[in-house]
Write a protein that binds this ligand. Structure first.
Ligand code: HEM
Length: 384
């Protein structure tokens, strides 16, 4: 048999989509809520990043009030990120027929637009799922979570802005149910769309309601899907890092003394600290993974300890833990926190001696601070 050239291959068997749920009105309706969730997530993510890794210009001016600030912002971060997961999946289902649109590339402008959409989809999927895995403290990747999640957040925000700008004419035409772009639809399509949007809203609402109780105490009875329950843990308060995991043993705290460095450095035993004026505060532990819970702490004001060492008012304070390893073994505290009357070197939790997993013999508790910076098993405090 003779082979005739040029060989003409049949076009690949791409599916044809006629469903109207894959149209621009549905993409806009889901996109509006998804965009709002991503915006809240981005802004609260920046707050968390600045509080944990302040840029040099802000290093000494971070506010210690409102005391519940970080609890609110990180609770919102994780809740909006969780709600965005079903919204993103529905949004991608709505627009996936675009993958089969041909010709693949029409022009250089079109190629760039598709590249930006690829970055948007990849960064959105990465950002939401890596955040979700982090709430479960599951890290199935070889890189460090914090810097990569932070960088991908900027990539997502930038590519989303570009996407909204490129689609602005379609978004404007389909923004409202009765906008000019949607008026010509058959009545049945509107009913189908309403069902899809209701189901999407119900899914986003359900995952939010069953996880928000990890930080919003009135909802804790519904906290079925969150990895943490605010009441589960020693003394009814969750623990992220136990004394055993941090390498702090009974042996390492046996002859414990606190060293306070400054112009007049000194050391104190636990009994010396107990003999000092004690202050009681109610402050939350608010974890970067989204759970938070308020508790009653009793101990010595950090500023009283610093004054005794002659530390200057505006000095940064370096706090060192007994823990053997861990990224947060050494913590630096701006003076705004160190001088706040609510900031304690806590010795007691809810009226009882601190349990080992909550930082016995002494831990930091400060207002408006991420949990990882509330150093446990404190051994040194030094004015820098
Ligand atoms: C994480 C956020 C978002 C992701 C990952 C995403 C993803 C996508 C993708 C992959 C497409 C198909 C693009 C193409 O092939 O041309 C698309 C289309 C579209 N998106 Fe988004 N999007 C997001 C947010 C938004 C927002 C906030 C809005 C508006 C409020 C929006 C409105 C639209 C519209 C109107 C289309 C065109 C649909 C059509 O013509 O059928 N998107 N989106």
């Amino acid at each position: 048999m003779k082979l005739r050239l040029p060989l003409r291959l049949p076009p690949p068997p791409f599916p044809a989509f006629s469903g109207r749920l894959h149209d621009a009105r549905t993409a806009t309706a889901v996109g509006r809520v998804l965009g709002a969730a991503v915006a809240v997530c981005f802004v609260t993510g920046l707050v968390s990043h600045v509080l944990q890794h302040p840029p040099a210009a802000l290093a000494d001016g971070l506010p210690s009030r409102p005391a519940w600030g970080y609890r609110l912002s990180q609770g919102l971060h994780v809740a909006s990120g969780t709600a965005a997961v079903p919204l993103l999946l529905v949004k991608l289902w709505t627009v996936y027929p675009r993958l089969f649109a041909r010709p693949l590339l029409r022009s250089v402008r079109h190629a760039l637009e598709r590249l930006s959409v690829a970055v948007l989809v990849a960064s959105a999927l990465f950002e939401l799922f890596s955040g979700l895995f982090n709430t479960a403290q599951w890290y199935p990747w070889p890189f460090s979570f914090v810097p990569v999640h932070y960088a991908a957040g900027w990539l997502l925000a930038g590519s989303l802005l570009l996407h909204v700008a490129v689609k602005a004419p379609e978004i404007a035409a389909h923004w409202r149910r009765r906008s000019p772009g949607t008026l010509s639809l058959p009545a049945g399509d509107a009913t189908d769309r309403r069902s899809l949007l209701l189901a999407t809203g119900a899914a986003a609402g359900a995952v939010t309601l069953t996880t928000a109780g990890q930080s919003l105490t009135p909802l804790k009875g519904l906290d079925l899907l969150a990895p943490r329950h605010p009441d589960h843990g020693e003394e009814g308060l969750p623990v992220n890092r136990t004394a055993a995991r941090a390498g702090v043993t009974a042996e390492s705290v046996r002859d414990w003394k606190l060293y306070v460095g400054g112009p007049r450095p000194y050391e104190m035993t636990l009994d010396d600290l107990r003999a000092m004026p004690q202050t009681e505060v109610t402050l939350p532990i608010a974890c970067v993974e989204g759970w938070s819970k308020a508790a009653r702490w009793t101990g010595v004001r950090v500023r009283d300890l610093l004054d005794r060492a002659g530390a200057p008012e505006g000095a940064l304070i370096r706090v060192t833990s007994l823990e053997r390893h861990g990224a947060y073994r050494v913590m630096v505290m701006p003076h705004t926190y160190a001088r706040d009357p609510l900031t304690l070197l806590a010795l007691r939790l809810d009226g009882r001696e601190l349990p080992p997993d909550h930082g016995y013999p002494a831990r930091i508790i400060a207002p408006n601070r991420p949990g990882v910076l509330q150093t446990k098993w404190v051994s040194r405090m030094e004015a820098l």
